[in-house]
Design a protein around this ligand. Structure first.
Ligand code: CA
Length: 229
């Protein structure tokens, strides 16, 4: 489903490399955006924040190292995983890359399958529900692959929107999601949906989660949004 597709931003100045990577990531169901230099890369992160960034070290104007440094210095983008690509295999470069906050480091030339595996690893960390993992919160279990949700061992029947909503909330228990964040994540930013729609679906999700007399795991945070736990 387009709206919950994991999103990868590739910042790479060599068109052939960009294309090969985009092609392979799209074939695996990722949404891919690309930038050909560091400046555009930084702008795109603001306009359409990705789940994972693949960032070439050697870029015209603003270097990959500088892009990484800037993103890791901002609270909004600090947790966004960055995989640095470098043609230089010296250990000292790797250390430098990781020191400025890169989450992973891949040396060129790399096997595309290798890089894809690294992307999935980072994604599993930030959006576990998109890579087929079972999410657990207290007595609630959600299996992203089979779309099964249980509470205290009992199967729950959720509609597709409620399922995506719960998966999103279960990715980061305790995090307060604004209605706008949830709209972006669950419905997708291309679709116009009123923020009150979020309230309606949260209400439905609550009802299903509590139908066997369980406590309410969802928290309404006045003026802010919703959180799990
Ligand atoms: Ca380059």
């Amino acid at each position: 489903m387009r709206t919950t597709q994991p999103h990868v931003l590739i910042v790479e100045d060599e068109p052939a490399q960009r294309e090969v990577l985009s092609y392979n990531l799209e074939a695996e169901g990722f949404r891919v955006t690309t930038a050909a230099n560091g400046e555009d890369g930084l702008m795109m992160v603001q306009e359409d924040p990705p789940d994972v960034m693949v960032l070439d070290w050697m870029l015209p104007s603003v270097s990959g190292i500088e892009v990484c440094r800037q993103l890791k210095a901002r609270t909004e983008t600090r947790d966004m995983p960055i995989i640095m690509l470098s043609a230089r295999s010296e250990e000292v470069d790797k250390v430098r890359g990781l020191e400025i906050g890169a989450d992973d480091y891949v040396v060129k030339p790399y096997a595309v399958s290798e890089l894809m595996a690294r992307v999935r690893t980072q994604l599993r960390r930030v959006r576990p529900s998109t890579v087929g993992q079972v999410l657990v919160f207290e007595d609630i279990q959600l299996d992203a692959e089979t779309h099964r949700v249980t509470r205290a061992g009992e199967m729950l029947k959720l509609g597709p929107t409620e399922f995506r909503l719960l998966a999103t909330l279960m990715e980061k228990p305790g995090r307060v999601w604004s209605r706008e964040n949830l709209l972006d994540r669950v419905w997708g930013r291309d679709i116009y949906v009123d923020t009150r729609t979020v309230d309606v679906h949260v209400g439905r999700l609550r009802k299903v989660l509590m139908h066997n007399g369980g406590s309410d795991p969802l928290r309404t945070v006045r003026g802010a949004g919703y959180a799990l736990g």
